[in-house]
Design a protein around this ligand. Sequence first.
Ligand code: AHR
Length: 488
Amino acid sequence: TPAEASLTLLTEAAGPRIEPTVYGHFVEHLGTGVYGGLWVGPQSRIPNTRGWRNDVLGALRRLKVPVIRWPGGCFADDYDWRDGIGAPSRRPVRLNKVWGNVPDDNRVGTHEFMDLAEQLGTEVYIAGNMGSMPPRAMAQWLEYMTSDSPSALANERRRNGRDKPWKVRYFGVGNESWGCGGHMRPEYAADLHRQYATFLRAPVVRVASGDGEGNERVTEVMMQMARDDMDAISLHHYTVPGPWEQKGLATGFDRQRWAKTLQEVTTGLEEHVAKTIAIMNRHDPAGRVALYVDEWGMWHDQEPGSNPGFLYQQNTLRDAMVGALTFNVFHRHTDRVKMANLAQMVNVLQALVLTDGPRMLLTPTYHLFDLYLPFQGATPLKLTLQSPRYTEGDISLPAVDVTAARAADGSTHLALVNLDPTRPASVRTGLQQAATGRVLTAPAMDSHNTFDRPGHVQPAPYAAHPGPQGLTLDLPPRSIVVVRLATP
Ligand code: AHR
């Protein structure tokens, strides 16, 4: 028998709109995240446009990619932007010391990345190097990209083939300053942030490096000492299904791990975000500084046989469930959460797309982003939900999670998640409207797509019609349902 839930949907907004950039992305020079996965070079036999794979870009276009963060991650604080400009054949080969110590021939640099962004019609979020380069290098990179003047840097850009300046809306001042970005104490990082941000004179959203380890002092000190020199602060939150040394594979887990993983989002991420916002509220009661969760996603053990430095992992229905619950958390915190970036786009961690030479597949996480498209720019709505519990061992969670939002065209959309892997749920709404959309579920908790079976997990059409008691939405076990309500 299905678990019974009851939902009351209100017409009042629950917060400011869900910025489209909450559905943002992250591409790092890491493994085959850039080289091979997105970039094959103009001479490749894999069909491409100026080096960028047509198949992958075609899939990404459908997701209306709002923003991409690049070039890292940890890589950003070991990156000299000058290595990636000028004639490709003359660019230096550097070792990617953070990720596998493999050579990076810098064939993808600023011009190529900006071309990718233009091909996808997306904003860019450039991550600058605060860890190992002087402030002048960071400031000069920004000038190189954005100046319309006759300055030497702007002219150098023109000589390198780009006349018009690019639009750089977001700029990260370092990354994980407490870790790979320099192992700094928060006080030192705050001072350094102020110094570097001072020289970023072009109009740009300055993003400070914030917490990523659940260390509240990082947010506290950064907000206290450097808030006037930032427009946003970052938060990193990875969902790790076990202890760091034994995260487990993306596939082949039991029900206990499933429950633990989902709990890590509904409780772990939710609390991390709420606590960070509470600190921000104390130091910035006017709400000027935004919170960017600019790295989130599942971090599993790498696939057997793959390079441990490449963070290549499979992606199952569980990853999509984590994504759905994550978006629902973000929908509840639109007062501060103005951007979020999945780690990462292709072949790295919780990827949207996996590639193998000329082949590619779309992961369940890709389908999740596709399902949630109507939420980009929509306004979250208030609701009350009475959910039955889902219990596994000592873990007890609400079985059903729901968010709702009104899109700019007036249509209302619901995102419903049934966390229970074995029991269906029925959500009574009392609404007198039909609901149509799609459902994402699969035969097993770890169902996933492979290159031989790329369509194994994909959304199916979903429809529900009001009965005598109004509209009831039936959710299969372990499912995500996104519907649009018919106009009453
Ligand atoms: O996304 C992989 C890595 O995780 C990033 O480079 C770093 O910022 C984080 O620790």
